[in-house]
Design a protein around this ligand. Sequence first.
Ligand code: SF4
Length: 365
Amino acid sequence: MAGADIPGLEEYDIDLSFDEDEVRHLLDTGPEDVDPADELTFAKNVFVPLTTACRYTCTYCTYFDPPGEASLLSPEEVREILQTGADAGCTEALFTFGDDPDDRYTRVHDQLAEWGHDSIHTYLREVCEIALDEGLLPHSNPGDQTRDEMALVADVNASMGVMLETTADVGAHAGPRVKNPGQRLNTIRNAGELGVPFTTGLLVGIGEDWRDRAESLLAIREMHERYGHVQEVIVQNVVPNERSNYDRPSVETMRRVVAMARDCLPEEVSVQVPPNLSPTRELLDCGVDDLGGVSPVTDDHINPEYKWPALKELEDIADEAGVPLRERLPVYRRYLSDEWVSETVHSAIRADDEAGERYRSVLST
Ligand code: SF4
């Protein structure tokens, strides 16, 4: 076993080492080594871009707006979006924002203060409560969080997530403030310690090499082996956009990375590809078993140029693969116990109301 050479491990006191044989095994793994899944799953979500402020400036990202231009949705605006989602039959409220958005954005900070919040994290709690009230289960992607910040919102989320992207030190994270893989792993560890069902993933094509991809997957697996909390791993390719012109990884590259993920991760951890960004049909035989969130009412605000496919397209994809398509909740079934889900979320799922019936009907499929 060799100690992992990942930026930030020491800073966050993360003990991680890789078995060289396992790295080599993954580097030798390809589509021919894995089996296709026997069903595909997806969730119906409503996308709520709580704020477009972010302390980082990742070069491939179109999500963040510079200080002075970033938006912050008010509780009324959030409620309106959520109501539309609930009316359309969604079960998941997907809250996204950049990393520590109130850090370098005075206007966002001042607005939060005006609404009675000293940080975005207490505001996130408020909007998660609105989501539960409107009949949706929150799944928050709030960037990196300390253990205390995550603890503040854990019980009002059905699940949470942050993309590891890569354990490598890549130029794509360049800028005055650089995203730190150790900090991402610390967030994933915080989720494990707090018992939060978690989504993470790889972003392929941002300057990492094949060894980095193998090590990123092994790091996620190690976190899951310690805490058992990783419900799904997204394998997403970078796409060209208005801010950058990254080459899309080839289909062959994506097939190999997806197969590596399937081979590396325990069977219970889903491997997801986003159909609006990836050559999904050509990846299905590499072990993909989840198509992520599809929104009937909102755009994908992280990749606005790439519209979500209609539900019909997901059905076509599953049909062509010859497997059933099943709707799921933002929290996977195996986590629906007191150990993983709070009484607040349990009560929402058991509630004798329209939303409770919708959740239970999804669970019964
Ligand atoms: S990818 Fe995430 S962390 Fe990077 S700039 Fe965009 S919102 Fe911020």
